[in-house]
Design a protein around this ligand. Sequence first.
Ligand SMILES: Nc1ncnc2c1ncn2[C@@H]1O[C@H](COP(=O)(O)OP(=O)(O)OP(=O)(O)O)[C@@H](O)[C@H]1O
Length: 392
Amino acid sequence: MLPAPLLEVRDLCVSFPSRGRMIPIVEHVSFTLGERDILGLVGESGSGKSVTAMALMGLIDSPGVQITGSALFRGQELVGLAQKQLLRLRGSEIAMIFQDPMTAFTPVYTIGWQIDEQIRAHERLSRKQARARTVELLADMGVPDPARTADRYPHQLSGGLRQRAMIAMALSCNPSLLIADEPTTALDVTVQAQILDLIRSLRSTYGSSVLLITHDMGVVAETCDTTLVLYSGRVAETGPTDALFAHPGHPYTAALLASIPPLDGPRPHRLPAIAGAPPAPLERPAGCAFAPRCSYAHETCRDAPPPLVPLVPAGQAGQAGQAGQNTGAQSAANIQQQSAQFAACVLPAEGTLLLPRLLEADTAMSSPGGIILGLSDQGIQPMLSSAGEPPL
Ligand SMILES: Nc1ncnc2c1ncn2[C@@H]1O[C@H](COP(=O)(O)OP(=O)(O)OP(=O)(O)O)[C@@H](O)[C@H]1O
């Protein structure tokens, strides 16, 4: 039996009231974070990453905010949990770090004093014992001369050191879950790499899982086991980072990946940019929110949001079904018999892009080239070989 996940979020929706209407900022977000996993929540500015995290932490205190869905943390429901219980969870089981460490520290006390106090709020320790623990934590975070650094005020530290000190403070209560909201955005590249190393090491040294919020696909690639791509408040795609980078299933993910500078080979003069902008929450189309910017959009993409379906690279579709990884995968013939209309994924010949689309069976069968994966609510199977012939 698979171990229970640390955090299981289902159908999370967050809306804020404005001028007598509710504005849907986050819509039906679902994901699972395993023990000691690092999940990257990625998306452009305004896509709802922070709102998702703040909702999980119970940190949204806007009047009239509506949060629905479920977020089970070790089986305990976070949505609708009383502030008193949330407060107990925060700082003992769940901690959060932010882009700007100055939001975590007050400028008028030394960082050591502030971490000592955080420790003493959760453990019965003397000042001396708390300070010893603070120094140990700072040392673990790679802070040089931690005893002396503890006596410094936040403004006396460099950005990288302040970030390390903030992570030390967040870890002072040994949280099982660390939510890191853009923790490296304000840092230069070298320090950024060090902080990412540190975050990666937390699972082995502290046994923590991390929900890492970023708009940087490079950071995700280097750091996260699993990636969730958020677009305009909705999940575009989620999956193991390696698989998602190798076979992006959503054109938005593919476009984000195309905008990362290549590590080797000639650098393009200009990186491709995604034309247009995400829709405002009240102007989100009924269908896929990315459809207006998507050159692959099909008519049916505009009718309803594409369903999130389990995808496997075309070559592995049959094996996954046999191995039982693909929920109840069945033969293409069965799928054809059962569904006049089904979601299909078209994999172009070069094998780099899977496009989730809703297509009539006939349309899918007549699509030229590539492999077409037919989908019923039971699973996915190839409908055509790469030569365009039915595999049956
Ligand atoms: N308290 C609030 N009341 C109303 N709208 C809000 C509130 N907090 C956030 N929003 C709106 O929710 C949207 C998503 O914001 P959020 O901060 O989650 O985006 P993000 O993906 O984290 O972006 P960034 O990378 O820029 O931080 C924004 O349009 C923002 O204006």
